[in-house]
Design a protein around this ligand. Structure first.
Ligand code: C2E
Ligand code: CA
Ligand code: CA
Length: 324
């Protein structure tokens, strides 16, 4: 393996152009894994896919476990394909509070999947699966339709506007037709732009930056606020941040949970908040689980907070009592 990487590294240019070669390698073994050439290649392919998943310049050796995992994913994808029609999806809502006055400021819509007869599956697992299986657009369309119905149902119960933030995948934010249809749907069912917000992540903007950027502008022109989710988790380039058409950042829960773990972490969090404010972005901290985290964020001027300490994601029925 080391030799293969060394050989690839030694290639410095092709037709006069400077290049750098990374490789993800999948390994299958003859005759252990299979004796048929095509099948053996298939095993190597599965191992390679796993290597790609792990990151650049990694290799993975094919195992039966990997095979079982692959079969599980196929089964899960087939079940997910039918989740909408089988009525297995639902939405939970988690309130976000102003850290200045303690009032509920908005809610985040979070999808749930309860496959019939099985334990619930986390969106962290099935959203990526839906993305690779090409199911994400249908799923996200269902999310928007469901949230819009909820917005309308809640209107008579609330005395002021409480926007609902909806997570949008990289496919969704890059798909112009999807965004146009979305704006069309809002007009058709009568959703005001201030009644919803869109959450996107930095990584979702990287895949197709041009169309993503165009769509962000389109949504903002409509008056819809854009929140940059999971800030601090990815590259989080501060220069890049300045150029983005967004209204707020959500500090990643990983960061919130490290508050007071070192002076450096605390300084970085303060830096992020100050910088965001200096370019007129609001700051939401997610994943607040402890009182001292909340107090620290509040003292630094964080605008909004979300987390188990303040409110768990809850069903519409449970939230209605509070809205009333
Ligand atoms: P996210 O957008 O970062 O959502 C926040 C996650 O943190 C949620 O997990 C929420 O339940 C959880 N959370 C809230 N407060 C706390 C806390 O105090 N501590 C901890 N440890 N966690 C907290 P959930 O609901 O499992 O969602 C996971 C991810 O799945 C979301 O991360 C989002 O990326 C994705 N997702 C959820 N719903 C949708 C959806 O409708 N569409 C799309 N595209 N993605 C979704
Ligand atoms: Ca989110
Ligand atoms: Ca987040």
């Amino acid at each position: 393996i080391a030799e293969i990487y060394a050989t690839l590294k030694s290639v410095k240019s092709v037709e006069g152009r400077l290049i750098e070669i990374d490789a993800c390698i999948g390994i299958a073994q003859y005759p252990k894994d299979d004796t048929d050439f095509d099948e053996l290649m298939h095993c190597a392919d599965e191992a390679m896919r796993e290597a790609k998943h792990k990151g650049k310049n990694t290799y993975v050796i094919y195992t039966d476990e990997l095979h079982a995992q692959h079969l599980d994913q196929i089964t899960m994808t087939n079940q997910l394909r039918r989740a909408v029609e089988k009525d297995e999806l639902s939405m939970m809502y988690q309130p976000v509070y102003s850290l200045h006055n303690g009032q509920m400021a908005s809610m985040e819509a979070l999808i749930r999947w309860h496959p019939y007869g099985k334990a619930a599956i986390s969106p962290d697992l099935f959203i990526p699966l839906a993305e690779t299986a090409g199911l994400i657009s249908d799923l996200e369309w269902w999310v928007f339709e469901t949230v819009f119905k909820q917005v309308i149902a809640w209107r008579p119960m609330r005395s002021r506007n409480i926007p609902i933030a909806i997570n949008l995948s990289s496919k969704g934010i890059s798909d112009e037709e999807f965004i146009q249809n979305l704006i069309g749907l809002m007009e058709k069912v009568g959703i005001m732009p201030g009644e919803i917000e869109i959450e996107i992540t930095e990584t979702s903007l990287i895949e197709q930056p041009e169309s993503a950027m165009k769509n962000l502008h389109l949504l903002r022109q409509q008056g819809i606020k854009i929140l940059l989710d999971d800030f601090g988790k990815g590259y989080s380039s501060l220069t890049y941040l300045v150029s983005l058409p967004i209204d707020a950042i959500k500090i990643d829960k990983g960061f919130t949970q490290k508050i007071h773990s070192s002076q450096d972490i605390d300084a970085i969090i303060k830096g992020i908040i100050d910088l965001a404010h200096s370019i007129h972005l609001k700051v939401i901290a997610e994943g607040i689980e402890a009182e001292n985290q909340k107090e620290f964020l509040k003292a630094l001027g964080t605008d909004y907070g979300q987390g188990y300490l303040l409110h768990y994601p809850s069903s519409p029925v449970d939230l209605e009592k509070e809205l009333k």
